[in-house]
Design a protein around this ligand. Structure first.
Ligand code: MRU
Length: 343
């Protein structure tokens, strides 16, 4: 299995996702500051993987704190959390993980060395739980896929696979489970401009495991659906509001609209840690704005005039709940309006 974030002895190993598929490079992260940079620059990306990386980042930060005074230690750990949280605002798993780590620190008694041990153990738990969660999402998703054909043509956007989680994946985890159960004919992967996570990462993961995959550009989705080439769409999520509105990679909303127009079921696969019950609707989800160079550059080539032209680069959009058939979690698949049952 591909594991993008691994704790090894005294450091974190990350697959550098900015280099794939041209190079497979593993980087060693030894400080909380380096972890913050790795998250911000998208060396590690995908909501659950960001959560796991942030948890280890918190432990690395705890290790850097020298005081033996519990109150002072916790005050400094809060500052580590703030530094990690300032990297990417949309994926709620990041905040979920830092809060869980802070809770461990606050509920463990002295000495400080004991708190540090407890923090490593919580980070390991977050990693292990994500692996199990993704397997459960895969099984629950398989159970709700349409029965219209034995072998399905599934369309996905961005990368919600092993690389975006501790391993296995959410949306791509369901697709993996369908492949293992002999229920998959082919995956259609949107290339996912501007960062090309579909073309670079989803295609790479599928190719590694022999899962049949066709990469299409984002503007081909409607045509493929009109041609009867797609049986269901399944995507991941970065943050789901209590009413089921779902933030995911930019382009997800238009894919959901097109699926609705063609009467094709649209599934979101995500762990409970991606649901933000503090937000009642998707309009409250903060949307990350990224560097304009992601739009005017493809690789090293500038493809657009950069003077006299403006750029707008939101990394995520919000798909309204009414366009979503079911949200698949580790606890089952729910119509968006029934998410409250998970509370
Ligand atoms: O900007 P990214 O690559 O971190 O965005 C990733 C996505 O939008 C994924 O679909 C989402 O995080 C779910 S990953 C299981």
């Amino acid at each position: 299995m591909i594991n993008p974030v691994i704790w090894q002895e005294d450091r974190v190993l990350l697959i550098d996702q900015t280099k794939l598929p041209n190079a497979y490079e593993v980087v060693e992260i030894r400080s909380s500051e380096d972890m913050a940079v790795a998250i911000k620059t998208m060396m590690v990306r995908g909501a659950p993987a960001i959560g796991v990386a942030a948890a280890y980042g918190m432990y690395l930060g705890a290790r850097e704190i020298t005081t033996e005074n519990r109150e002072e230690f916790i005050a400094q750990l809060v500052r580590v959390a703030q530094m990690l949280e300032a990297t990417r605002p949309t994926a709620v798993n990041l905040f979920w993980a830092t809060r869980r780590m802070l809770r461990t620190a606050r509920t463990t008694i002295e000495p400080v060395a004991e708190i540090k041990t407890a923090l490593l153990s919580t980070a390991e738990k977050i990693y292990q739980q994500d692996l199990q969660t993704c397997q459960a999402i895969g099984a629950n998703g398989l159970a709700v896929l349409p029965q219209t054909r034995t072998k399905l043509r599934l369309h996905t956007h961005c990368n919600a696979g092993s690389l975006a989680t501790a391993g296995y994946g959410t949306a791509l985890g369901v697709i993996r489970s369908a492949w293992k159960a002999d229920r998959l004919e082919r995956v259609y992967a949107d290339e996912t401009r501007p960062r090309l996570q579909g073309a670079k990462l989803t295609a790479w993961e599928c190719a590694q495991e022999g899962i049949p995959v066709t990469v299409i550009t984002d503007n081909m989705a409607a045509h493929c659906m009109q041609q009867g080439m797609i049986d269901a769409v399944i995507v991941g999520a970065d943050r789901i509001a209590a009413n089921g509105d779902t933030a995911n990679k930019i382009g997800t909303y238009s894919l959901a609209l097109v699926a609705k127009a063609h009467n094709i079921p649209f599934f979101v696969a995500a762990p409970l840690s991606t649901i933000d019950f503090d937000l009642s609707t998707g309009s409250e989800i903060p949307i990350e704005q990224r560097d304009k160079a992601e739009i005017y550059r493809i690789g090293d080539t500038i493809v657009t005039p950069t003077s006299g032209v403006e750029f707008y680069n939101p990394a995520f959009d919000v798909t309204p709940a009414q366009l979503i058939t079911k949200i698949i979690t580790e606890h089952g698949a729910f119509p968006p309006g029934e998410l409250g049952k998970l509370l």
